[in-house]
Design a protein around this ligand. Structure first.
Ligand SMILES: Nc1nc2c(c(=O)[nH]1)N(C=O)[C@@H](CNc1ccc(C(=O)N[C@@H](CCC(=O)O)C(=O)O)cc1)CN2
Ligand SMILES: Nc1ncnc2c1ncn2[C@@H]1O[C@H](COP(=O)(O)OP(=O)(O)OP(=O)(O)O)[C@@H](O)[C@H]1O
Length: 302
């Protein structure tokens, strides 16, 4: 028997202005065949399965294809006003395989005098949950020389060492890693204008599949809670995408009003039009996807 709607713990995840996915915590009734309903556990399982498939597919991409696709994507990004106008960018440093290289972008950005922030993974204790979590901060990269001297971590990602962190600027305007729950806000001199995002897969609805640790999703959620000083005179950049594209429910004016999320995708990472990445409420949509074969996906409504 169909349960009355009010007792169903349903959440609607905004995927684009046109469509929604319905996520039900407790599958207590048999859904109408017209209702695309999935459980949370179902989404996690589907993500795992997609990651497995992607890992297989990415393994066989020849190195020279990654090099040429990276060149195409780099040129596209460097031509965008959202990049050219950005003063502070957060950018992933690429792994040896399975994703587009960001080396050319990092070099250009540093040469152009932009502030470049890179991921730094560390442990943080959440006072609320009394849990030790691995989280991501974005810390300043100081120079080309420093970029070239970074050593690979366990995933092969060029990374800062713990000893290099404490006196280094973070993207929130502080130094070193940022406390998880300090409630401090950012002013107009801090924050990021553009985040260049990695992923395992992307789809045409601007959904993204990461490696399953939630680093970017958690980071963006934390970032969105640090409000920009409302008296800021900083001119806002034009958005790449329409504002409701963000998959968050917290739609109040936040610092994310001026951040652009641009994903870089190998052509093999972009799913065919009929396929979708399963997403939950915490998953952030990106504003644009630059693909290594020259495709550029951007929200129609600018
Ligand atoms: N270049 C790059 N830098 C990044 C990320 C990324 O995806 N790419 N991250 C984005 O969050 C963070 C690091 N997170 C990562 C988490 C897991 C794995 C990884 O390879 N995990 C499994 C393999 C399973 C899989 O391929 O999914 C492993 O440990 O073997 C890599 C990066 C920050 N920096
Ligand atoms: N903002 C968030 N709030 C609560 N839980 C989150 C948030 N972001 C991620 N998680 C949790 O982190 C785990 C990994 O999330 P998910 O599968 O979406 O990772 P992903 O998108 O592949 O990772 P990433 O963001 O690092 O690329 C899940 O258990 C998810 O519930």
């Amino acid at each position: 028997m169909k349960a009355p709607p009010e007792i169903l713990a349903e959440r609607f995840t905004k995927r684009s202005s046109r469509e929604h996915i319905r996520i039900r915590e407790m599958p207590t009734f048999i859904p109408d065949s017209s209702t695309p309903t999935v459980t949370m556990a179902g989404v996690q399982t589907a993500k795992k399965e997609l990651r497995r498939k992607m890992r297989e597919a990415l393994r066989s991409i020849p190195k020279d294809s990654i090099v040429s696709q990276s060149g195409v994507a780099t040129n596209k990004l460097l031509s965008l006003p959202e990049y050219r106008n950005a003063k502070r960018i957060g950018i992933y440093l690429s792994m040896p395989s399975g994703e587009l290289s960001t080396t050319g972008i990092v070099q250009s950005a540093l040469k152009e005098g932009k502030d470049v922030y890179i991921p730094y993974i560390h442990s943080a204790v959440s006072s609320l949950a009394q849990q030790k979590n691995s989280i991501m901060d974005m810390l300043a990269l100081r120079s080309l020389e420093e970029f070239e001297s970074l050593e690979p971590d366990n995933w092969g990602i060029p990374s800062l060492k713990q000893s290099q962190v404490s006196s280094r600027k973070n993207c929130f305007g502080g130094y070193g890693v940022s406390p998880q729950e300090d409630g401090k806000t950012m002013n107009e001199n801090h924050g990021l204008d553009l985040v260049i995002m990695p992923g395992m897969a992307f789809d045409r609805g601007f959904r993204r599949l990461g490696h399953g640790k939630g680093y970017y999703d958690h980071f963006l959620t934390r970032y969105s809670k640090k409000e920009v000083n409302s008296k800021t005179n900083t001119p806002k950049l034009p958005f790449l995408g329409e504002r409701p594209s963000y998959s968050r429910t917290n739609k109040e004016e936040t610092s994310l009003n001026k951040i652009h999320l641009v994903a870089l995708s190998l052509k093999e990472q972009l799913l065919p039009p009929a396929e979708e990445i399963p997403v939950l409420e915490h998953d952030w949509l990106v504003d644009a996807v630059i693909v290594g074969d020259g495709q550029f996906l951007v929200h129609e409504c600018r």
